[in-house]
Every structure is written in structure tokens, then in C-alpha cells.
Write a protein that binds this ligand. Structure first.
Ligand code: ADP
Ligand code: MG
Length: 255
């Protein structure tokens, strides 16, 4: 559906924390059906950008247009419901809940009936609960975790926890998926599996913004890459172009 058209437009965003400009006049254009890399040294503003895009921070200035409409000032949950999902730099699962329950938590937001109306709508609620369970199991299967559905999240190996977070992000059927360093701390086989799953999601029509430090992951997945340094965009282009860019090399060497 409309591959190549602009899905997300970040227009001259400034995010100021006191005297610090964590994002300084950054603009981005994310095209439908693509994987857009966001890279840069530690502290360059990558996670801050994710937080602006998902309504956790309200930018000091500038605008974010998703499918042509501004999301600035919308709540995180409304932004999620409108189709932007994310994972966090640090795993944020409910450790004592099972893998399946972690996914179903996200799905409850989409229920039409709720427990407060239980007296009136119990059958409707139970039907939605059943469907959520089915959908949750399908998502676990999609990321290869169906056998672990009833394991507590905290007992899953780290690589599987990261996949569970991605499955949970998919629960709301997003158009845009933001991944904040999904390969951090993973073993080589885990990374291979992660790449396979990201490609599978991309092939189903989802657009990505991918923050990643592993350059081989960026090189093999991304269509376009933007580079941040001290809150400013210093380069943008195809992965190979960006990797060869002197400003980028300079930023990473920290000279
Ligand atoms: P990255 O993800 O690229 O490593 P971040 O976006 O996390 O970088 O941080 C960019 C800068 O903004 C850092 O200097 C960080 O300390 C600062 N920063 C991020 N969030 C806040 C906040 N809530 N309050 C104050 N400073 C923040
Ligand atoms: Mg970060």
C-alpha cells in the first residue's frame, strides 16, 4: 500500500532539557515500507527522538506528522493506537507475567468492552479475551516463541525477551515500528534470528525506524540512514554512503 510515500515527517524538531539541546532542529522523512536507520554516538539524541515520536516527550519546537497529521501533544497511548509502536532500549517486560500475558496486556487497550461493564457485557468481554489470546498466540508463533507462551517473561533467555517485546509491539498492528537498539547484547545467532524476523515484518508491510549500533545490522537491513551527533543530523543517505562520510567517521572517532 503506497510503498515509497511519506509515512512520517519530522519537521525541525527541537528538544531542549534545560540548556541541553538533545535534538537540535532535526528533520526526517520516513517512507512507507522502508527500514530507516537512526545512528550516532552515545548521547547523540536517538532515544530522545523515539520518545518525541511516541509522545513521551513533547518537543520544545517543531512538528511530527504521521500520515499527514500532527501527533505533537497526543498521548502515548493514542499515538500507539494510531499505528506507531515501539520497543525500548532496555527490556521493559512484566517479568512475572507469562510471555502470552505480556502480549495480551497490549491487546486489552483495543477491547470494546471492559471489566467495569462486566455485568452487562460478560459474553462480549469473554469473546474479546478469547480472540486476544488467539491473536497473542499467533504473534508468539510469528516470532518463534509459541512453545514459551506460558513461561514467565523473566525466565526467558535475553534474546527471546527482545523478540517478545517485538511481538508485543506488533499486537496493535502498527504501521510504523520503532526499535531502539534491538540487537544490543545479543549473540550472533540471536542477531541472525532478529534480522530474519525484522525482514518478515517489513515484508508484511510495516515501516521501521531502527536505532542500532551494530553496523553490520544497519548495513544489511536499512534502506536509508540518518546520523545524529550532539542532537544534530550530520549525514543522511544509503548505508554505504553514510558509512564512508567523513563527518560520520569523525563523529564516531570522537575527535
Ligand atoms: P542516545 O539514545 O543517542 O544515546 P539520548 O537521546 O538518550 O541519546 O540522550 C541525548 C541527550 O539528552 C543526552 O545528553 C541525555 O543525557 C539527554 N537527555 C535525554 N533525556 C533527558 C531527560 N529526560 N532530561 C534531561 N536530559 C535528557
Ligand atoms: Mg539511546
Amino acid at each position: 500500500k503506497n510503498i515509497g510515500a511519506e509515512l512520517l515527517k519530522v519537521d525541525s524538531v527541537l528538544m531542549q532539557f534545560g540548556g541541553l539541546k538533545a535534538l537540535n532542529n532535526v528533520s526526517l522523512s520516513i517512507k512507507r515500507g522502508t527500514i530507516h536507520g537512526l545512528i550516532g554516538p552515545n548521547g547523540s539524541g536517538k532515544s530522545t527522538m523515539m520518545n518525541v515520536l511516541t509522545g513521551i516527550y513533547i518537543p520544545t519546537a517543531g512538528n511530527v506528522l504521521y500520515a499527514g497529521k500532527s501527533v505533537v501533544g497526543s498521548t502515548s497511548s493514542n499515538i500507539a493506537l494510531s499505528g506507531i509502536a515501539r520497543t525500548f532500549q532496555n527490556v521493559q517486560l512484566f517479568g512475572e507475567m507469562t510471555a502470552l500475558q505480556n502480549i495480551m496486556v497490549g491487546l486489552h487497550h483495543t477491547f470494546k468492552s471492559n471489566l467495569i461493564e462486566i455485568g452487562l457485557h460478560l459474553p462480549a468481554y469473554l469473546k474479546e479475551e478469547r480472540e486476544a489470546r488467539k491473536r497473542g498466540m499467533a504473534l508468539l508463533k510469528f516470532v518463534g516463541l509459541e512453545e514459551l507462551a506460558n513461561e514467565e517473561a523473566r525466565n526467558l533467555p535475553y534474546g527471546k525477551q527482545r523478540l517478545l517485546e517485538i511481538a508485543r509491539a506488533l499486537a496493535l498492528d502498527p504501521e510504523l515500528l520503532l526499535l531502539d537498539e534491538p540487537a544490543a547484547g545479543l549473540t550472533a545467532p540471536d542477531i541472525k534470528e532478529l534480522l530474519r524476523i525484522i525482514r518478515k515484518i517489513r515484508d508484511s508491510g510495516v515501516t521501521f525506524i531502527l536505532i542500532e549500533h551494530h553496523m553490520d545490522v544497519v548495513m544489511s537491513l536499512c534502506d536509508t540512514v540518518s546520523v545524529l551527533d550532539f542532537g544534530q543530523k550530520i549525514a543522511e543517505g544509503k548505508p554505504a554512503e553514510v558509512q564512508a562520510d567523513e563527518k560520520v567517521i569523525h563523529a564516531y572517532l570522537g575527535a
